[in-house]
Write a new protein. Structure first.
Length: 430
């Protein structure tokens, strides 16, 4: 599959080049040249397919011919070595748990898939690749874990100082080896802007091969479409009108869901559920797209003021506002509303939601008021114990720590504090 830049000022390129470059030379995000819907048979027989088989069929067109089918089958199987259960809360609301991977966040799938693709492309290459990642909390840990020890790949993670949870910080600063963490005096948007600037810096790019492991990178972004298929497999015999409420920050996940829909998955509607960082909620009301500096919330991984992937969403719906509005609703919630939702979910359903999932739950509830014949699935994008302080404070109950979280507790943090793009550049050059 070839990819084009959404800035339309760079040549089209192969999957391999899109993965290695991350961002197009004109600073545009890459987008596949075509999307061919999967066959009716695929959806009719989805009950008989394993998750790996579903994922293989869904992603094949986007990575072939550069990744041969036998290699792709192995990559997909190794990537998906954990569960993706749907848990029913009531007749209208379920949650899809995306936190059973090694860092207990939904980013694990994309990070593991991309690490394996890059490992495959880089196996006969003597030049080292530097993977730059900006994180508001979860991408950093997932990428650190996914790329740990991958030969020929160095990972540099930028995170906003004091704005990620303690456990998230441990996950991205304590691994050592080929993983380095830079603690930025600023917001996630500052981190993301520095990463994008680095790609355009000729002095840097002439001296090192840089790529991104944010959802900018098609190999990190596209595998996220699997989740929607996995949920459909579990629900399609029970419910009609399946709707997804996606807690959204950089909008990669909801946009991946839209790709699944383009592949033919019968998704009735999407809800982008936001915290106070609500540029898309405002856009759908005013038709004016006005990014604002991000504000800090208890659902910190969604503290994004200028979401990278909104441009891909615009592309999917051909920049037609009405088509987008028919497919996407967006709501925004305060921290107090989020805490109330966490408590409500706990008291009514004996289920512990993390703050991001709770925002998704609120999106479901709001949508269902006017669409009571839908079944809404909110994505539980991270395990509640990643936000231990908030969760225990709200539900007033101690939480047992899963083994993945215990593994990073008490580890030593190693990070370098930076403030400007020049600091990043001199770190990379040295
Ligand atoms: C726990 C959690 N929920 C939601 C999001 C938002 O996802 P996206 O950036 O794909 O919109 C993130 C980060 O991306 C996250 O880590
Ligand atoms: N919420 C993310 C922000 C980066 O998103 P990405 O999907 O573009 O990597 C995080 O947790 O870091």
């Amino acid at each position: 599959m070839n990819y084009y830049s959404l800035n339309h000022k760079a040549p089209n390129t192969s999957f391999k080049d899109a993965v290695i470059k991350g961002l197009a030379p004109d600073k545009g995000l890459y987008f596949p040249e075509s999307i061919t819907p999967l066959s009716k048979d695929f959806f009719d027989n989805i009950d008989d397919l394993t998750y790996s088989e579903i994922a293989f069929e869904a992603i094949k067109q986007f990575v072939s011919p550069e990744i041969p089918e036998d290699v792709l089958k192995t990559i997909v199987k190794e990537t998906l070595s954990f569960e993706f259960p749907v848990v029913k809360l009531n007749d209208n609301i379920s949650t899809l748990e995306l936190f059973h991977g090694p860092t207990m966040a939904f980013k694990d799938v994309g990070a593991r898939f991309m690490a394996r693709c890059l490992g495959y492309f880089n196996q006969n290459n003597s030049e080292e690749i530097t993977v730059l990642v900006a994180t508001s909390g979860d991408t950093g840990g997932a990428v650190a874990n996914g790329f740990l020890g991958v030969k020929g790949v160095n990972v540099v993670i930028l995170y906003p100082s004091g704005k990620v949870s303690d456990i998230q910080e441990m996950q991205l600063t304590s691994l050592g080896q080929n993983i380095k963490a830079l603690e930025v005096n600023g917001t996630f948007d500052d981190c993301q802007a520095m990463v994008k600037t680095a790609f355009l810096d000729d002095e840097l790019t002439s001296k090192m091969q840089l790529t991104s492991a944010n959802s900018i990178n098609v190999a990190r972004w596209l595998p996220q479409l699997f989740y929607f298929m996995f949920a459909y497999k579990q629900l399609h015999n029970k419910y009609e009108n399946i709707v997804f409420s996606v807690p959204s920050g950089n909008f990669g996940n909801v946009c991946a869901g839209m790709m699944a829909q383009q592949l033919g998955l019968p998704i009735h509607h999407f809800i982008a559920s936001n915290n106070a960082n609500n540029v898309v909620t405002r856009y759908l009301t005013s038709q004016t797209y006005e990014p604002k500096p991000s504000v800090q919330t208890i659902s910190n991984a969604m503290d994004v003021g200028a979401p990278s992937n909104f441009i891909r969403i615009q592309e999917i719906y051909k920049n037609k506002f009405d088509t987008l509005k028919d497919n996407l609703s967006s709501y925004s919630y305060s921290d107090d509303e989020t805490k109330e939702a966490m408590l409500e979910i706990y008291n009514n359903y004996n289920y512990v939601a993390d703050p991001h999932g709770a925002v998704g739950y609120l999106g479901c509830k709001e949508f269902l008021v006017k669409n009571p014949d839908s079944h809404c699935v909110f994505l539980e994008t991270a395990h509640p114990t990643k936000f231990l302080y908030v969760v225990e404070d709200v539900i007033k109950e101690k939480q047992p720590l899963p083994k993945q979280i215990q593994a990073v507790m008490g580890k030593e943090k190693e990070s370098i504090v930076i403030s400007t793009y020049e600091d990043l550049k001199s770190f990379l050059l040295n």
